[in-house]
Design a protein around this ligand. Structure first.
Ligand code: SF4
Length: 332
């Protein structure tokens, strides 16, 4: 169960990718991939970060780990400003902040044995060598549901689910505090997704881990998250405890995402909200509320004034001009 000690705090984070053009390669614009994102993650907690592809969720995860450099903002990890750390300090911090990638096929070096893939991190951080390293790798493989025999095999000899287990073992090798899970099950069959998510939940309890869990689909984060942040076009539009978000979404975009989750009971029907149009370009996001070009409840004010991201009660944050939030929808 999550406690209330903050491990990671992100304030007004921005990541712009410059667009260069003309003969002199001048900057002619910016892709505003992340445009003023703030949230925190408590120790032992899982925060789900959800949104359609291109909303900036993966970039947020990468900037938090400094795999991409931030354009602006503040990232505090246990109170230390990550963006101000030098190379050496960052190297040692990397041990505490790990990532599990989306694609278990391309994220593992095909020319290395599984033992070397997992052992590499132990060596880089000076945690174990020789026999001690081998012992630790064996232990890690068992922790993620594989066996010591798998050490000498290569990634192509494993299924997608097994490869993601190897990715998890590699992240765990350095005993991290935070793991950014970047769509870790999206590339897997639905039947395997639940196994990997269950494994991650078990490991979280066993090793006292904190997760920032990125996914494009609310049904994936539903089970594992304590709180969920919904992103749209570079901004978080709603952030709440999971139960509150599922019970009464405030933002119409969250409501649309929720309507896409299948209900397992065939007797219950819920109409799926089909959003019109595509996600606008992050180079030139719409004025006012960025969702106004697709929102079924759009009003005049939405086109000119950006709604503030405020607490609607019980730490349920949302940015919307609707007085009562998105109207409740009938479930038949
Ligand atoms: Fe829709 Fe307006 Fe709310 Fe934006 S502010 S989500 S356009 S109702």
């Amino acid at each position: 169960m999550a406690n209330e000690e903050i491990l990671l705090e992100v304030n007004n984070l921005k990541k712009y990718f410059p667009i260069k053009g003309g003969v002199f390669g001048r900057v002619v614009g910016n892709v505003k991939a992340v445009d003023g994102v703030s949230f925190y993650v408590n120790k032992g907690e899982t925060v789900g970060l959800v949104g359609e592809s291109g909303c900036g969720k993966t970039t947020t995860g990468k900037v938090v780990l400094r795999l991409e450099e931030a354009t602006e903002g503040e990232i505090l990890f246990e109170g230390r400003n990550v963006l101000e750390l030098g190379r050496e300090e960052m190297r040692s911090l990397r041990r505490e902040m790990q990532i599990i990638f989306q694609d278990p096929y391309s994220s593992l070096n095909p020319r290395m044995t599984v033992g070397n893939i997992i052992g590499e991190a132990l060596e880089i951080h000076g945690l174990a060598r020789g026999k001690a390293k081998e012992k630790k790798v064996k232990e890690l493989l068992e922790v993620v549901g594989l066996t010591a025999h798998h050490m000498r095999r290569y990634p192509h000899e494993f299924s997608g689910g097994q490869r993601q287990r190897i990715g998890v073992a590699r992240a765990l090798a350095v005993d991290p505090k935070l793991i950014v899970c970047d769509e870790p099950v999206s590339a897997l069959d639905v039947s395997i997704q639940a196994q990997v998510i269950n494994l991650m939940e078990d490991l979280q309890k066993e090793f006292d881990l904190t997760y920032l869990f990125i996914a494009h689909d609310l049904s994936v984060v539903k089970h594992i998250s304590d709180r969920i942040a919904v992103m749209y076009l570079g901004k978080i539009v709603e952030l709440a405890d999971k139960a509150a978000l599922f019970k009464k979404p405030i933002h119409p975009y969250t409501q649309a995402l929720l309507s896409a989750i299948p209900i397992p009971d065939p007797a219950i029907k819920r109409e799926k909200i089909i959003l019109k149009g595509d996600v606008p370009s992050p180079v030139n996001p719409p004025s006012g509320c960025r969702f106004h070009t697709r929102c079924p409840y759009v009003m005049d004010i939405c086109k000119t004034e950006e709604p503030e991201f405020v607490d609607w009660g019980d730490r349920h944050f949302a940015a919307c001009h609707l007085e009562e939030g998105a109207p409740e929808r009938e479930v038949l």
